[in-house]
Design a protein around this ligand. Structure first.
Ligand SMILES: [Zn+2]
Length: 336
């Protein structure tokens, strides 16, 4: 069957009529297949939700146990039949529990990557290339200028700053799901074994990662009274980016504002946010990783979504791969 009729965009999200389901819908629907737990992809209020166990558990942590009427676990690599289509979930390497979703019918297979990355992440399973007729890729960093340096170099900058400024608190802004835990793991892998202080908004998700056997080390609450102020001198304190604008951030001794994000390679963005030490760590592919992935999978067609579609569409055409932008609404770059 024509891939355009197997999956197509609607105002509620990407729809599979033959299966009667949406993938990562942005409005409540009867049946949703969810790629991962970031808020722009995983919303509450659906009837049925099919997702990996980790994504279901993350949704329950974020929205409460009643985030949908009925949930069903998708086991990675296992094929399921829904209506007239078969679906399977495969690791996406983006955050814990993240999956690509393959949808097949009548000899046509489309893989929806969701958000994904290719470099090693100690907090989740690596991306698995799945042969397909159509590969739907995100393009958050879909321009040749986007190049993410090695993670170890970026974490190295933070460790250097800790040595240079032992009297200052190092306040790291990192998204609550995925990025915060990855930054913690990268610090541990770099030999940093001091307690790491975390904002209250990160506690439940960090506890969840710990319960899944991801060794984040000793984490302490970043609650501070005036009396304790010096205790945070030279400490690493991690909080969600939104916490940096409020009073919470001003309680720490002479804080250095740091932000861990793929966008930190854009100097202007770091400046706008008042970031003193930008750390370029992304949970998305950079340009080389996007194009390497397309070359590796070599799908018949590429549909490009959320991000800078045009450059990647053009690149595919030059490679002899049919490509088009797929305009989906309602996704931001949470987790970036
Ligand atoms: Zn995401």
């Amino acid at each position: 069957m024509r891939p355009e009729t197997l999956l197509y965009p609607t105002p509620k999200g990407l729809f599979c009529e033959a299966g009667g389901f949406y993938i990562d819908p942005v409005h409540p629907v009867d049946k949703a297949l969810i790629t991962h737990g970031h808020a722009d992809h995983a919303r509450s209020g659906h009837g049925e939700v099919l997702a990996t166990r980790e994504t279901l558990e993350i949704m329950a942590i974020r929205y409460g146990a009643d985030f949908c009427r009925r949930s069903q676990e998708a086991v990675l690599g296992e094929t399921m039949t829904i209506g007239d289509v078969t679906v399977s979930f495969h690791p996406a390497g983006h955050v814990l529990g993240s999956a690509q979703i393959a949808v097949s019918r009548g000899g046509t297979k489309i893989v929806v990557s969701g958000d994904y990355k290719r470099r090693r992440d100690p907090t989740c399973l690596p991306f698995e290339p799945v042969p397909c007729d159509v590969f739907i890729t995100e393009a958050t960093f879909g321009l040749p200028v986007f190049h993410h340096p090695p993670d170890a170099d970026e974490v190295g900058k933070l460790l250097t700053s800790l040595r240079q400024f032992p009297e200052r608190a190092h306040l790291v802004g990192a998204y609550a799901l995925g990025k915060a835990q990855r930054v913690i793991m990268l610090l541990r892998e770099a030999g940093y074994h001091e307690p790491i202080y975390i904002h209250g908004a990160l506690v439940k998700l960090c506890d969840y990662y710990l319960s899944k056997g991801i060794p984040l080390g000793e984490l302490r609450p970043a609650t501070v009274t005036a009396k304790e102020k010096p205790a945070f001198a030279g400490a690493v304190v991690i909080g969600p980016p939104s916490a940096f604008a409020d009073k919470w951030a001003r309680r720490f001794p002479d804080p250095i504002p740091i932000f861990a994000s793929g966008w930190m390679l854009v100097r202007q963005r770091a400046k706008q946010r008042g970031v003193e030490l930008p750390i370029i760590i992304s949970d998305h592919c950079d340009w080389a990783e996007l194009t390497d992935t397309i070359r590796e999978i070599r799908p018949g067609q590429v549909w490009v979504t959320h991000g800078r579609e045009e450059a990647l569409v053009r690149w595919c055409e030059l490679e002899g791969i049919k490509a088009r932008p797929l305009h989906l609404v309602g996704y931001d770059d949470e987790g970036e």
